[in-house]
Design a protein around this ligand. Structure first.
Ligand code: M6R
Length: 620
């Protein structure tokens, strides 16, 4: 959570920082702030402005105060310690307002550090954990460089950080460091940008370096240097770490709305293409299998595993639950999907015949990363399905497959989920064919998978119709989503989408569990959504629908084209094209995303940035 950005170069920093912050706003949007060194001022005074709420609130403040230096840092906050107030907004400064820090992460031992610093005479302004950093730097900044003072401060800190630091005493330098929170360095022509992710950098350069934990970047407008924090602490800042420069494939257009009112709607509409991109070059039709380049090095190890554990959070966790059905049924591989935040605490049994698969759009989710590190400590094979190239999970797993879904900016995950399901279907083919799946079955699955993009495009054509239905139900306060087998996790995902963007209370349930409790909720304030395509559990779910209807409940059904009978039970029906059961979630999810979107739009909700949420959850 929280987005940070820093700029040093020859252009005016405030505009670049604000523009970059807007791209990072999905990481948190409680408050924002920016600090810029005024190079026109002999003392190189740092001016700082802050605002409660969205980044755009900074624009008038910046022009009022004529901030125009070419070195600055900025921050958009998702509050952890202290309410979202102007005082708690970043950047934070030392007692003399000469050192400013923007921070993403949590300083876990801040209370002890703060009380010691207060005893030493430091005066704190905010309730944040972050503020200990500028005061610690102030304490150590005597007869040494800024980077040395920052490094000394960091060695006292427990927790996670991605920080950017500027200081009046060294007005042509920006210091950044990372431990547990992502930081990417963009390399421009005589200018550098450090940011929480590449979307804030893309407009300026595609050449980037990913900082690793324990590393510090020292930037001037002419040069950059990456060192480890330990060496910097000893003043050994000439001992450079060799960092590989990477070229970003994403382009700036992908990170813009391109005429859509919200990123979420744009991203839903990209999903046919997203599946094509995830499949491109990976389906071997003749052989009835999948070619996954990222797994080539571990192919033999994968053949030998007897158990797969999947760890993920939120929507990615639901993709994992669907994979549990896929891998068991088609690859004969015992699979267990775990909520990443619970994984470590249940003493997981991980032997050498087990592999851990992490699924994460951002590749930065703290709990998923913690699960991965736990698996690595135990020495088992770790795999990743990740969208953001170069993210921490992508870099720390032994092997993996990228989604190639392009940047997902709406806080509600849509296209990432569909691409995760696509990659998981490919992985099912791959694992299945390594084991007992007959070639004919593999070919059939490959052919069906190839048809999915066109089928998604057909569903997307029904947007007006789905919008009308959503508008009818937008006034309800409760919803129950029900599905069975492959579509049980889809029910969970449909409910999550609705609740997170429309604030309608929604619960997802396995339809068979309905009679064990949730049916008591059925009344005029609640509607039910049944995911009921033609599949092996179709008859069973129809019985469940009847049970709700008998109690006067309102029903929306997602059903297979041509199913006229279902209209006799459901009040509203949204049709999807036929598909094999295993692939049906790739289709049934899409109308649920559109339904949630249009219900939220009808209720006037801030769809791309729902209250209290952040896209990338980098704290545990
Ligand atoms: O980046 P990740 O896929 O690891 O993120 C996991 C969850 O935080 C994410 O899916 C979250 O639940 C979304 N808001 C759901 O729409």
């Amino acid at each position: 959570m929280c987005g940070i950005i820093g700029y040093i170069g020859r252009q005016k920093a405030p505009q670049i920082l604000i523009e970059g912050l807007k791209r990072l706003e999905y990481r948190g949007y409680d408050s924002a702030g920016l600090a810029v060194v005024d190079n026109n001022n002999r003392e190189n005074k740092i001016n700082c402005v802050k605002v409660v709420g969205k980044v755009k609130g900074l624009e008038p403040l910046v022009s009022e105060q004529v901030l125009n230096g070419s070195l600055g840092i900025a921050h958009t906050r998702w509050a952890t310690h202290g309410a979202p107030t102007e005082i708690n907004a970043h950047p934070h400064c030392d007692c003399k307002k000469r050192i400013y820090v923007a921070h993403n992460g949590i300083i876990e031992n801040y209370a002890a550090l703060k009380s010691k610093l207060e005893q030493e005479g430091h005066k704190f302004q905010s309730e944040t954990d972050t503020e200990v950093l500028p005061h610690l730097i102030e304490k150590f900044f005597r007869d040494c460089s800024l980077e040395e003072a920052v490094a000394r401060a960091l060695t006292l800190v427990e927790g996670t950080y991605g920080i950017a630091v500027i200081c009046e005493h060294e007005p042509r330098k920006l210091v950044a460091a990372r431990c547990g929170s992502p930081l990417v360095l963009g390399l421009g022509n005589k200018e550098y940008i450090i940011a929480s992710d590449v979307s804030a950098i893309l407009r300026h350069t595609r050449q980037v370096i990913y900082l690793d934990d324990g590393e510090m970047a020292i930037l001037t407008s002419d040069d950059f240097n990456v060192v480890d924090v330990e060496s910097a602490m000893r003043g050994e800042t000439t001992k450079q770490i060799y960092k590989q420069i990477q070229e970003i494939e994403w382009d700036i257009k992908q990170a813009q709305k391109e005429g859509y009112p919200h990123f979420m709607l744009k991203e839903i509409n990209e999903q046919d293409e997203v599946v094509r991109n995830a499949l491109r070059g990976r389906l071997l039709m003749e052989e009835g299998t999948a070619k996954l380049g990222g797994l080539e090095n571990v192919e033999d190890k994968l053949r030998g595993i007897k158990r797969m554990v999947i760890a993920a959070c939120g929507t990615a966790y639901y993709a994992g639950l669907i994979a549990e059905y896929m891998f068991s049924e088609f690859a004969g591989l015992l699979t267990k999907t775990e909520i990443a935040s619970e994984f470590r605490y249940r003493h997981p049994i991980l032997d050498e015949q087990t592999a851990l698969l992490n699924i994460s759009q951002s590749g930065e989710t703290a709990d998923t990363l913690a699960a991965l590190r736990e698996a690595k400590r135990k020495g088992i094979l770790s795999l990743g399905i990740v969208n953001v190239v170069g993210s921490t999970i992508a870099r720390e797993t032994d092997a993996g497959v990228y989604n190639h879904a392009g940047p997902e900016i709406g806080v509600a995950s849509t296209k990432a989920f569909i691409s995760q399901l696509t990659v998981l279907s490919l992985l099912t083919l791959f694992l299945g064919r390594q084991r007992n799946m007959p070639a004919t079955e593999g070919k059939n699955l490959a052919e069906e998978l190839n048809l999915i993009p066109e089928k998604i495009a057909q569903i997307l054509k029904q947007q007006k119709y789905i919008k009308k239905i959503a508008q009818q139900y937008a006034g309800y306060e409760h919803a129950l989503y029900l599905g069975r087998k492959y579509n049980y996790p889809v029910a969970l995902e449909g409910a999550l989408k609705l609740k997170e963007i429309s604030y309608i209370h929604a619960e997802g349930y396995a339809a068979g569990e309905m009679k064990h409790g949730p049916i008591a909720l059925v009344d005029k304030n609640l509607f039910s959504v049944f995911i009921a395509p033609y599949d092996t559990v179709y008859e069973k779910i129809i019985s469940n629908m009847q049970e709700i209807k008998a109690r006067g409940g309102k029903i929306i059904a997602i059903a297979t084209e041509g199913n006229k009978d279902i209209k006799k039970i459901a009040d509203d029906v949204i049709y999807i094209p036929p598909a094999p059961e295993m692939l049906s979630p790739l289709l049934t999810t899409v109308p649920l995303q559109l339904f949630a979107y249009y219900a939220a739009a009808e209720r006037g909700c801030p769809i791309d940035q729902p209250r209290n949420l952040a896209k990338s959850v980098t704290v545990e």
